[in-house]
Design a protein around this ligand. Structure first.
Ligand code: NOJ
Length: 547
């Protein structure tokens, strides 16, 4: 297949709990997604990535899976999932599922079975059970820390109530790490992949992949001088991005290659450099990988240009396409991030800065940023609600917060709930058409009245209509179809590139700049009147057709 769909696709992340509620439970569900397929088709997306929809006690928003081959009753049934896959296909939309393979839930039968079995038993070999250190075994087996804060080990109780072995969890204590060195674990996931591919899913988003391989013997990590768990920032971490991870990736690729058609994997791998990331997309491994450097890049031309160049240069040797993403269910929404005049890196809800936030500025930049993503060659990932220009909800009351990050940090990190608030669809009061109950699992701000899909539908200048227009132009104009890309000279605060017959220009500065080229204006993010005078406004983008 010379140009499979995933090389250029626009993929929309659905966080099912917050997308659309069909049964008045206050949480979204699969039938809610089905009801919104016409909206998604009109937006122009090629595929939906659905964040975990499996049965889960929801200790980490569904990333703690208790059965990989079923659907959580709060979201519906397997039949609903089958119906979604089929109906989406009739709209030309593919379904990508989320596979959480580093860990499962403590409620999963595998873990319950292991707990009931004796130390050293084959059941315990599915996980990392170890005796504690010290005379009473009350010191954790090593010094590893968890991604969510605190020690990465929890001690079990024996059936007689005495203290037992410890188990490893890279994330929350409710998410025990599976032992990927164990062939039976590998086989179990081959079967899970086949279960979903057989049902017609087009792809798999692979969660927390670099955590899956650990250095043999689980040696202490040398955290001295390192930024804590921020495993992405150092290379000799014994619990992150360990080289034999690539054997597991190759095994998964062999499973997807059993299927005709063009099934794909996208890897969630936050690693120390674009070159390390590119190793995940070698021809016999994953097809694509999320570009966290782009997501974390500030709204600043020099940094963004560097990220774009490094992304393309590092992937070129392997022929893998670039991916571009600005928001997801783990980070502060980019309207809010870009609302800080000076930009800061941030991940997993942690804002490195307390500068005031100007939502109007953030929105203006977000419009231009959407055109940057959609103007670049490769595939693009949206997070539900960004097409409505939703800001992060930073003032949720403590008592509604659910993210384990909030609890494990002792409340010092408010976590990721602020980007997971249910979508506003219609009407003038909460729940804004999301549900028939006002008791939604997280409350929506009253100001979202102005941001509902319904309110934006008829407003030509809305964020929703900008997204629709840009996606449709991206699909129809020759230059934006291929992988051609060339920078054109521009001033200090400007980025400009040519893709065949299309030139894309972005002004990051505070005053209008002269456009380097004339032609038919295809899309402009704001201040169209300036473009008519050959100028591009501050924090604006334009795509120009040149012949
Ligand atoms: C990454 C997911 O996106 C995040 O939401 C989750 O908490 C961790 N992986 C653990 O599964």
């Amino acid at each position: 297949m010379t140009n499979p769909w995933w090389r250029t696709a626009v993929i929309y992340e659905v966080y099912p709990r917050s997308f659309a509620d069909s049964n008045g439970s206050g949480e979204g569900d699969i039938n809610g997604i089905r009801a919104k397929l016409p909206y998604l088709a009109a937006l122009g997306v090629d595929a939906l990535w659905i964040a975990p929809w499996y049965p889960s006690p929801m200790a980490d928003g569904g990333y703690d899976v208790s059965d990989y081959c079923n659907i959580d009753p709060r979201y519906g049934t397997l039949e609903d999932a089958d119906a979604l896959i089929a109906e989406a296909a009739s709209h030309g939309i593919r379904i990508v599922i989320d596979l959480v393979a580093n860990h499962c839930s403590i409620q999963h039968a595998w873990f319950q079975r292991a707990l009931a079995a004796a130390p050293g038993s084959p059941e315990r070999e599915w996980f990392y059970f170890r005796d504690g250190l010290g005379e009473n075994g009350d010191t954790p087996p090593n010094n590893w820390i968890s991604n969510f804060g605190g020690i990465a080990w929890t001690r079990t109780k024996n059936s007689d109530g005495t203290d037992g072995q410890w188990y490893l969890h890279t994330f929350a204590p409710e998410q025990p790490d599976l032992n990927w060195n164990n062939e039976v674990v590998q086989q179990a996931f081959d079967d899970i992949l086949r279960f979903w591919f057989d049902r017609g899913v087009a792809g798999v988003r692979a969660d927390a992949v670099p955590a899956m391989a650990k250095v043999d013997g689980l040696p202490d990590a040398d955290y001295e001088g390192k930024p804590g768990f921020r495993s992405s920032e150092w290379t000799d971490n014994p619990h992150w991005d360990v080289p034999h991870i690539h054997e597991y990736m190759r095994r998964w690729r062999r499973v997807s290659d059993e299927y005709s058609g063009d099934r794909m994997f996208v890897t969630e791998a936050v690693v120390s450099s674009p070159e390390r990331l590119a190793l995940y997309v070698r021809p016999d491994e994953m097809h694509t990988s999320f570009n966290f450097d782009f997501l974390l890049g500030s709204w600043e031309p020099k940094t963004l240009r560097e990220v774009i160049d490094q992304t393309m240069d590092s992937l070129a040797p392997y022929g893998a396409p670039s991916t571009w993403v600005l928001s997801n269910h783990d980070v502060t929404r980019h309207v809010t991030r870009f609302g800080r005049k000076r930009q800061q890196k941030q991940l997993f809800g942690i804002d490195a800065d307390d500068q005031p936030i100007d939502i109007a500025l953030g929105t203006r930049r977000a419009r231009a940023a959407a055109m940057l993503m959609l103007g670049l060659p490769g595939s693009v990932y949206f997070y539900q609600g960004e097409e409505l220009g939703l800001p992060n909800v930073d003032d949720l009351p403590d008592e509604v917060l659910q993210d384990p990050m909030f609890f494990q940090s002792g409340g010092t990190n408010r976590g990721r709930d602020g980007c997971r608030v249910p979508l506003p669809w219609s009407g003038s009061v909460a729940p804004f058409g999301f549900s028939s109950t006002t008791a939604t699992w997280l409350p929506q701000p009253a100001e979202w009245e102005a941001l509902t899909a319904e309110a934006q539908e008829s407003d030509e200048a809305s964020m929703l209509n900008l997204y629709r227009r840009a996606i449709s132009v991206r699909r129809s104009v020759a230059g934006l179809q291929g992988e051609d890309f060339e920078w054109i000279p521009s001033g200090e605060f400007v980025l400009a590139f040519r893709r065949g017959d299309v030139t894309c220009v972005f002004n990051f500065g505070e005053i209008p700049v002269e456009l380097p080229i004339a032609g038919e204006v295809l899309v402009v993010s704001a201040d169209a009147h300036l473009v008519e005078q050959g100028l591009l406004g501050s924090d604006c983008a334009v795509w120009i057709h040149t012949v």
